[in-house]
Design a protein around this ligand. Structure first.
Ligand code: NAD
Ligand code: UDP
Length: 332
């Protein structure tokens, strides 16, 4: 079985490639390296002892996609490629709509041309908008609060329409909660450009003395200690969720939507304290104002993924903190 992984040198894509290769799938990657490095390909090969076919290029380039489908008999596509920074999407919405929507539409058109209609798509918990009730269930109402979230919501709708028009498609939409951590080898992990927006990459940079302190955005929420609560999931568990999704559409036909989280929320302070404890390092922080647009709490109902995919996150918050830091230490 051959899997085309768009965005396969990125953070989640690279970990998914490893899990696929470990289970005997062949992997073909297309990535334009706009947010990742070519070296990731050899790291994936080093971890798994398997070869990967890499195409440097853009998913918006239909001719390149056709070439890939001609040269490889692709059975499944996992579509990670896209931009993902919320703040940047507010400043430059056209860039987000252009890349995220066009790449998905082009990809589906070429998949259709080559009669490869098995797709797993990276969506996000952001499509739930401001949670009215927790934990978040797949059938809750959806809303986007920024252009990035809009692209995810629009793509989910495009995929639903596509399936309604032709139910020979098999599609899994995965709504990720907050992926953190890195591969236990320390060879691949998350490497955001510039000053990180997300919590764990920021903590790691503070621990590493690249930034002086963490700004904790508010300690007056109605949560366990006043700081924001999120459902952090280890990226390797998340990656395994993609393999299970492929197995799912290999046996059951249709369109499926699943949350991928642990179902358990941790506060900012809990994450910071756990990070300090397991890595035996201090993380300086100060409390500042709330970040506009943030919600107090967000965590998944994971029952559907457990029952239908057999998905259960295995790794603990300690593992997540240890592996996130290990990657940075290894790659200093
Ligand atoms: P990432 O930026 O590390 O990986 C995305 C990869 O896609 C990068 O390697 C980038 O170079 C590539 N890419 C972007 N546009 C491309 C294009 N047009 N053609 C070819 N390659 C392109 O991001 P990630 O964290 O691995 O996220 C993967 C997917 O998961 C994204 O769609 C993201 O929106 C979604 N997601 C991520 C998170 C998260 O917290 N990391 C949460 C929810 C959803
Ligand atoms: N957060 C923080 N300081 C930071 C980055 C994030 O206090 O520098 C908080 C944020 O307010 C939220 C949690 O950490 O409560 C997770 O934020 P992140 O941006 O990682 O994920 P998201 O809010 O998109 O789920």
């Amino acid at each position: 079985m051959k899997v085309l992984v768009t965005g396969g040198t990125g953070y989640i894509g690279s970990h998914t490639c490893c899990e696929l290769l470990d289970r005997g799938y062949e992997v073909v990657i297309i990535d334009n390296l706009s947010n990742s490095k070519k070296e990731v390909v050899s790291k994936i090969e080093q971890i798994t002892g398997k070869k990967v076919k890499f195409y440097l290029g853009d998913v918006r380039d239909k001719e390149l996609l056709r070439k890939i489908f001609k040269e490889n008999e692709i059975n499944f596509v996992i579509h990670f490629a896209g931009y993902k920074a919320v703040g940047e999407s507010v400043l430059n919405p056209l860039m987000y709509y252009e890349n995220n929507l066009l790449s998905t539409i082009n990809l589906c058109e070429v998949m259709k041309e080559f009669d490869c209609k098995n797709l797993v798509f990276s969506s996000s918990a952001t499509v739930y908008g401001i949670p009215k009730k927790l934990p978040l269930k797949e059938d809750f109402s959806l809303a986007a609060t920024n252009p990035y979230g809009q692209t995810k919501l629009m793509i989910e709708n495009i995929l639903k329409d596509l399936y309604a028009s032709d139910n020979s498609w098999n599609i899994v939409i995965l709504r990720y909660f907050n992926p953190i951590g890195a591969h236990a080898s320390g060879l691949i992990g998350e490497e955001p450009n510039g000053i990180p927006n997300n919590l764990m990459p920021y903590i790691v940079k503070v621990a590493n003395k690249e930034l002086p302190f963490l700004n904790i955005f508010g300690n007056d929420y109605d949560t366990v200690d006043g700081t924001g609560v999120r459902d952090y999931i280890h990226v390797v568990d998340l990656a395994i969720g993609h393999v299970l999704s492929i197995e799912k559409i290999n046996k059951d036909k249709g369109i499926f939507i699943y949350n991928l989280g642990t179902g358990h929320g941790y506060s900012v302070l809990e994450l910071v304290n756990t990070f300090s404890k397991v890595n035996n390092i201090e993380v300086n922080y100060r409390i500042v104002d709330r970040r506009p647009g943030d919600v107090a709490e967000c965590y998944a109902d994971t029952k559907k993924a457990t029952i239908e995919l057999g998905f259960k996150a295995q790794k603990t918050i300690d593992d997540m903190c240890r592996d996130s830091y290990k990657y940075v230490i290894n790659n200093k």
